[in-house]
Design a binder for this molecule. Sequence first.
Ligand SMILES: Cc1cc2nc3c(=O)[nH]c(=O)nc-3n(C[C@H](O)[C@H](O)[C@H](O)COP(=O)(O)OP(=O)(O)OC[C@H]3O[C@@H](n4cnc5c(N)ncnc54)[C@H](O)[C@@H]3O)c2cc1C
Length: 320
Amino acid sequence: MSTRESGRGPVLAIIGGGFSGAATAFHLARRLPAGAADIVVVEPREGLGYGLAYSTPDPSHRINVPASRMTLISGQDSHFADWLEQTGAIANDAEAIAANGALYPQRRVFGRYVESHLQPFLFGKTIRHLRSAVASAELSGEGYHLILADGGTLAADALVIATTHPPPALPLPLQSVIGAAGLVANPYDLERLEAIGRDDHVLVVGTGLTSADVIATLDRNGHRGRITALSRHGYRSRGHAAMLPIRSATSPASLHAAPPCCSGVSGRPSQPPRNRAKAGTRCSTPSGDKGKSSGRPCRSLSNAASCAICARCGMSIASA
Ligand SMILES: Cc1cc2nc3c(=O)[nH]c(=O)nc-3n(C[C@H](O)[C@H](O)[C@H](O)COP(=O)(O)OP(=O)(O)OC[C@H]3O[C@@H](n4cnc5c(N)ncnc54)[C@H](O)[C@@H]3O)c2cc1C
């Protein structure tokens, strides 16, 4: 059955209801005169505005830029931060406030913020949410004919594709270990992450923000074993304040540029809590002792091209 609703103006279909699709729908609804168009967001998730980034239920997954720099309305930089204050959304979350006063709420709170701004338009039916995925789209006359995964169809006059990130999948070079018992192919599969033993040695492939999420989840689950994060370039995600760059280089300067958790420098680094979570614990010493902060690089590097980073403290270490 076609989901076109007659007498409601042209159908503007938006495929994907993450931040991009939700923001597009929100701004169209705000700008167009009431009833001028039928704005339809096709999104399989329950809510609009969450997408991959802001749907994580893990409380240790936080936004990675301060709330004051995230907004639904460009030009109103404090829109999200003001919403947090007005709604008390982080009133019971002391960890959302960094040492420098910047706010880093849980990521799903940002999703809730976006969703709450769409809600009046959803109630008023200016925006419709079709909870399905688009299986295919084809040109039809001057418009588009969409076929949905649930068998439905949608005729649209204009189409916005906002599907962005594909679902997490195992990279090609790792396909040979697909199905292995200890493999967690989807970093947001919290059940699989929870099944990891407390003392297991975990290899995280990648040292970007997703690896920070994984390590924060392990930390929250009480994991105390070694974590080695492996990357081609040797960088980990960095904080926002003046931090010494951490790089897998052989220069004496970089080896002495220890981050606060390793160097014993007092004072808290001014970086997001999600980064603090991994930086604030401990690092393995060169001899492999667990639970001790070495106060210096875990191991010097002889080959910068094949390096790893101590995931707890961010120090460069040689890969085994
Ligand atoms: C883990 C992670 C954390 C991040 N944290 C931050 C942060 O803290 N601050 C920041 O500024 N940026 C952050 N980002 C960047 C973030 O990607 C963008 O801010 C933004 O969320 C991207 O939104 P999007 O709508 O383009 O993509 P997505 O959020 O991926 O949304 C795409 C949507 O399309 C839907 N979809 C896919 N295929 C179909 C289909 N065939 N039919 C219908 N729907 C479909 C999906 O279900 C999904 O909901 C983060 C990104 C990631 C991946």
